[in-house]
Design a protein around this ligand. Structure first.
Ligand SMILES: [Fe+2]
Length: 378
């Protein structure tokens, strides 16, 4: 059954409505109902413009997988392909301390239960705590917003973190509390040993080298107009030290896959736009050293961007809890959607798979990549 919905009811002009699928077409893409959040979400999945269409077709992207027609895999569907693989979940911009953060956390727990496996680790992609958290390492928010929100019973592995802008800005010295919390908290899974650090995973015969960076450079951090002063960020000396460290680590032997992890995107279709300072600092190194992945958050959406001739897949997972924001543009892809959700990384020696899920565990987007850089969507 199809019918026209008046503009005043949904805020859109006119569109077709299918009661059976709960997915609606829309001039700008597809909107679908998210039962857990009791709201309609607009998919800003890629609709290639004429100028970009040929480029994407050359790259053999499967557009249908990116059009927001989500599917929920049946229980056990993962088990057959899981033997010997490693699984990591990733969330960004999750520290909202509200029902949205809880909804995504519940989705992640249910994902583990229904797939009958627990992730090896969690990536926490920054903006780990919004709003003040008085008490620093002793704040009650550690228990409520981390330890209990992502319980060890479901997430027994380490929880690797990077720092976001709100981790610096919302509480004076907030980044220091996050850097030191693990020391007086025996048994915690929280892992943030330094503002920038390297992880080779698994520790025995590593498959992935994660290079974790602090993207809070002075320029992206900007100024606090109320205070009339620069917002807290890395110092100029720290920026230089991190840059030298990053270059040195890239020059060292690395695992088959290299993934850079930070909070801010270099490239994004989201609200914040591309970051010229980060592009200037890091994009050349990503290209030069054939880095396969750049994982980040900051924009409150889920994205996957590819660029012709670029070795790096740019993955944004910023749907962990903070208010989802519509994407600013849709001319790059293959995927982008303003929605709450999380991201799964599955990998072995042969291939590395990235999947975006919404808070109800509906699969939104998948792509895979070999260590040699062969990328396939879907
Ligand atoms: Fe952010």
């Amino acid at each position: 059954m199809r019918e026209k919905i008046p503009n005043r009811e949904r805020g859109f002009s006119t569109f077709a409505y299918s009661r059976s699928t709960r997915i609606r077409s829309h001039p700008r893409g597809v909107i679908s109902f998210v039962p857990g959040l009791r709201r309609w979400e607009l998919s800003t999945a890629m609709l290639p413009s004429p100028t970009t269409r040929r480029r994407f077709l050359r790259q053999s992207f499967c557009f249908s997988a990116a059009l927001g027609l989500s599917r929920v895999l049946p229980p056990g569907a993962w088990a057959a392909e899981a033997a010997g693989d490693h699984f990591i979940l990733a969330i960004g911009d999750f520290g909202s301390d509200d029902e949205k953060q809880q909804a995504v956390a519940r989705g992640m727990i249910r994902h583990g239960e229904e797939s009958k496996r627990k992730p090896d680790a969690l990536w926490l992609l920054g903006d780990n705590f919004y709003k003040p958290m008085p008490g620093g390492v002793k704040s009650e928010r550690w228990q409520r917003g981390f330890e209990a929100m992502y319980p060890a019973a479901h997430f027994p592995g380490p929880c690797w973190a990077v720092l976001g802008n709100h981790d610096y800005h919302d509480e004076a010295g907030g980044e220091k509390a996050q850097l030191t919390y693990a020391k007086p908290t025996p048994g915690t899974r929280w892992t943030l040993p330094a503002k920038w650090y390297r992880l080779d995973f698994p520790s025995l015969n590593p498959l992935v080298t994660f290079l974790c960076l602090d993207s809070n450079l002075p320029s992206p951090s900007g100024r606090d107009e109320k205070l009339g002063a620069p917002r807290p960020s890395l110092t100029a000396a720290e920026v230089a030290e991190q840059q030298a460290w990053f270059q040195a680590e890239l020059a060292k032997p690395r695992a088959a896959y290299t993934a850079v992890v930070a909070h801010h995107p270099l490239f994004t279709n989201g609200q914040h736009g591309d970051s010229k300072p980060l592009i200037a600092a890091w994009d050349g190194l990503l290209r030069e050293h054939g880095v396969q992945f750049y994982f980040c958050g900051h924009d409150h959406d889920l994205q996957h961007l590819e660029f012709e001739g670029h070795p790096t897949s740019f993955v944004i997972s910023g749907g962990g809890g903070a208010r989802a924001r519509e994407l600013k543009k849709m001319d790059r892809g293959p995927f982008g959607k303003a929605i709450y959700g999380f991201t799964e990384l599955q990998f072995n020696a042969e291939r590395f798979i990235v999947r975006h899920f919404d808070a109800n565990r509906a699969l939104l987007h998948t792509f895979s990549k070999t260590a040699a850089g062969r990328m396939q969507v879907g």
